[in-house]
Design a protein around this ligand. Structure first.
Ligand code: PMP
Length: 305
């Protein structure tokens, strides 16, 4: 990864190499941390963070869901994020806020612990590769399901739960695929390891409900864009059969943006090429994030304003 100069940690901007924690950090042992993934893009009016307020709100919601006490406020982390980008002179890249339990107490009991906070940012290109973004990726249905002990945890980005996603991702990569689609416990499609999924059938767009998937901010944006373009978008159960019979498929996420899927388990989706609706969504999204579509300008938080 490409380092930047500063990382913000517990109220201070520290040098990238000095942003360290103790090996007995609670969250390192038990996954008791929550995080976000956000992107900043260059626009004609300078760098802008895509839907920053929504991401920081979801970070605090994640903390609330696991009962984590946070000293910082949402407003503070929004300002810190923008200041970090200015200090690092980062125009395009990825932003990773993290709330975690630090050093001082061991054992699963997190009573009386208060979250420590950090925000890092660095340059990061297409998560699934430029080639994948252009010509589509090959995915497999994972043997690892996306499921949680209680339903509300689906909507929290808790570090520990991503052990499941990394297993699914590794399994896919080792099998020669680019990404994994994770089923829910009933065998229907939930989402991907770090992305939401959409399919296209007869010019209608369908995405699984968020019962077993993260309430993706890109997902919500794409639903809005498609509806504004006059498409019908349905949020409903997607069986594996429906996925194999789809005319088109794409995944969405902050890191992956809009990435077309051209085959599942080595079977082509539709004609095995990137379809028209996927191309349209990708094009609109690219314009919006780069500040070239006034209709959605409120989704951008300009760093230098
Ligand atoms: N699902 C999971 C499991 C994720 O980790 C992410 C990435 N945050 C997404 C979906 C996509 O969410 P977003 O569009 O908000 O980045």
């Amino acid at each position: 990864m490409e380092a930047t100069e500063f990382i913000w940690m517990n109220g201070q901007f520290v040098k990238w190499n000095d942003a360290k924690v103790h090996v007995l950090t609670h969250s390192l042992h038990y996954g008791s941390a929550v995080f976000e993934g956000i992107r900043v893009y260059d626009t004609p009016k300078g760098p802008a963070v895509f839907r920053l307020t929504e991401h920081i709100k979801r970070l605090f919601d994640s903390a609330k869901i696991i009962g984590m006490e946070v000293k910082n406020t949402e407003e503070e982390l929004i300002e810190v994020t923008k200041e970090l980008l200015r200090k690092n002179n980062l125009k395009e890249g990825y932003i990773r806020p993290l709330l975690y339990y630090g050093y001082g107490k061991m054992g699963l009991d997190s009573k009386d612990l208060v979250a420590e906070a950090s925000v890092a940012a660095w340059p990061w290109g297409a998560y699934l590769g430029e080639e994948g973004k252009l010509n589509g990726i090959k995915v497999k249905i994972s043997p690892y399901s996306r499921h949680f002990p209680v339903p509300e945890l689906n909507h929290a980005k808790v570090s520990g739960f991503y052990a499941n996603s990394t297993l699914a991702k590794m399994d896919a990569i080792k099998g020669g695929f680019d990404e994994a689609i994770m089923p829910d416990l009933d065998g229907n499609i939930a989402e991907c390891t770090g992305e939401n999924l959409f399919i296209i059938k007869n010019n209608e767009v369908i995405t699984p409900t968020t019962k077993n998937a993260l309430v993706g901010i890109t997902r919500a944006s794409i639903i809005q864009i498609l509806k504004d373009e006059g498409y019908t978008v349905r949020e409903e159960k997607i069986t594996k059969e429906a996925l194999f019979e789809a005319d088109g498929c794409f995944m969405t996420g902050t890191a992956a943006e809009v990435t077309p899927v051209i085959s599942v388990d080595n079977k082509p989706i539709g004609n095995g090429k990137v379809g028209e609706i996927t191309k349209l969504v990708q094009q609109k999204y690219e314009n919006i994030i780069h500040g070239k579509d006034d209709m959605y300008i409120s989704w951008l938080d300009f760093v230098n304003e």
